[in-house]
Design a protein around this ligand. Structure first.
Ligand SMILES: Cc1cc2nc3c(=O)[nH]c(=O)nc-3n(C[C@H](O)[C@H](O)[C@H](O)COP(=O)(O)OP(=O)(O)OC[C@H]3O[C@@H](n4cnc5c(N)ncnc54)[C@H](O)[C@@H]3O)c2cc1C
Length: 443
């Protein structure tokens, strides 16, 4: 309970906006990507500057209000928004400044991946990050951050040079190899729990403005044969080539025959960071192993490719993810994937299987708080639906699928956890890393 005069004084001290439950815009401001969440903070502070963030942290601490921080709002566990506390909303802080000469980018804590791509691409540069342009840099980079170029250039956390952090006591500190190195260790994979990051400084990769990339669509009836091939093939590829797998119902893609739309398919998307002729040679075995339904391959603008999947995962639907890292894609595991994919509860669900090895796995496991670096694959069971009446069967499908593949799993990516309790969060870390995270958090 905070009295009106105190709130008015606080509001007047801000450069950004303060929104309360009866204010216009309240319901929009508290929305996050996952439509399952309907949490109601008592105060939303839409910060426009570091001083606003410090002000908000100090106010919440003084009034013992719970704080949640919203970057892009994408976290599937809805951790950007809290009930009855203060939401520090960074979505008005999205500036990206690129230092072309030193190939670095300074990125505000509320920027989206699309903001970063648009600015870095003016110079043919890119920051290693995720694959959907409306994802927030904040949560992604604090948890790890992988995408199409991370096999070659490392995770987002491996490219972080420094972060400006407002800590719980309202101080603004720099976390880097030289300053507050323990905090720098923690913000590289420990999740968004050590303070509010007002800006990140990243190393950029020189990738040019177009990449040889595309989709090959395989028939679901040949899924086992394709997956048995895929598990060996991708592990022999150079780091410049990233090939993943997605099992789902076919969207109405223009290059697919109409009778395939809506059918189960295996999508094989790829990005090659090299010349087209060499990329074509590397792809030949994929094209030959089983007959495709169709393909769309070519030189694509990086910005276009990075936003090409946005529409399939737009804001507002109900979502529940179950995930783990896989030690192998054994025949038993493949059988389970095919069995559960065959009974997907809705047309919007996906089974997403990225291949992770490369630069990230060459970083020693304790060097950052991102712990599981050696496992070759991730299995992300992405359940997505529209009506609350479908909750039960959608959740049951994901949970059964997940537990039936548990024997092939080791750990989980913290950014892919839906049921965020202490036990589950622990699975994202090895025990030495977890203990160090707890120690740092206490500090
Ligand atoms: C459609 C979709 C696609 C995705 N694709 C990828 C992918 O390709 N690669 C990948 O690695 N991950 C991916 N993810 C997972 C993504 O990394 C997480 O959802 C991440 O939490 C998103 O960050 P956010 O800032 O958008 O989310 P938010 O929900 O705003 O934040 C997530 C957590 O981080 C905290 N946080 C956010 N910003 C800050 C900040 N500046 N300072 C302090 N704490 C902060 C929040 O408090 C919250 O606890 C994807 C997620 C979705 C929904």
């Amino acid at each position: 309970m905070v009295d009106t005069t105190t709130i008015e004084e606080f509001k007047a001290s801000l450069r950004g906006e303060l929104i309360q439950p009866n204010d216009e815009g309240y319901d929009d401001a508290r929305k996050v990507w996952n439509g399952t969440f309907d949490r109601k903070p008592v105060i939303i502070v839409r910060c426009v500057s570091t001083s606003d963030v410090i002000n908000a942290v100090n106010f919440a601490r003084d009034k013992t209000l719970l704080i949640s921080v919203k970057g892009g709002g994408h976290n599937v566990a809805g951790t950007a928004v809290c009930d009855d506390g203060m939401m520090i909303d960074l979505s008005l802080m999205r500036r990206v400044n690129v230092d072309k000469r030193n190939r670095t980018a300074r990125v505000d804590g509320g920027a989206l991946l699309g903001d970063v791509d648009h600015e870095t691409q003016l110079h043919g540069l890119a920051v290693s990050a995720g694959i959907v342009s409306h994802t927030g840099v904040g949560g992604l980079a604090l948890g790890g951050g992988f995408g199409w170029i991370s096999r070659k250039y490392g995770l987002s956390v491996d490219n972080l040079i420094s972060a400006e952090v407002v800590t719980a006591d309202g101080r603004l500190v720099t976390a880097s190899a030289e300053e507050n190195p323990d905090l720098f260790w923690g913000v590289r994979g420990g999740g968004g729990n050590f303070g509010v990051v007002t800006s990140f400084e990243f190393k950029c990769a020189e990738i040019g403005t177009e990449v040889y990339s595309g989709l090959i669509i395989k028939k679901f009836e040949n899924a086992k044969k394709y997956m048995q091939f895929h598990r060996e093939y991708v592990r022999k590829l150079p780091d410049e080539m990233t090939v993943w797998m997605v099992v789902r119902h076919a969207p109405p893609l223009p290059f697919l025959p109409k009778d395939v739309h809506g059918k189960m398919i295996v999508v094989v998307p790829f990005v090659w960071l090299g010349g087209q002729p060499d990329g074509e040679k590397l792809l030949k075995p994929i094209r030959e192993i089983t007959e495709p339904h169709g393909e769309a391959i070519g030189m694509n603008s990086w910005v276009g490719w990075q936003s090409g999947f946005d529409g399939l995962v737009d804001h507002g639907a109900r979502n529940y993810w179950k995930s783990h890292h896989l030690e192998e894609l054994s025949d038993g595991c493949i059988d389970k994937i095919i069995e559960f994919a065959g009974k997907m509860p809705t047309d919007e669900c996906e089974v997403f299987i990225p291949h992770m090895e490369g630069a990230p796995s060459r970083v020693p496991e304790n060097e950052t708080a991102f712990a599981h670096r050696k496992t070759p694959f991730v299995l992300n069971i992405h359940t997505r639906w529209r009506n609350g009446s479908d909750d039960e069967r959608c959740l049951a499908w994901a949970r059964d699928f997940h537990s039936s593949t548990q024997e092939y799993a080791k750990g989980v990516y913290v950014n892919f956890i839906s049921d965020m309790g202490e036990d589950r969060a622990k699975e994202a870390y090895t025990s030495p890393v977890w203990n160090r995270i707890v120690e740092l958090k206490n500090k």
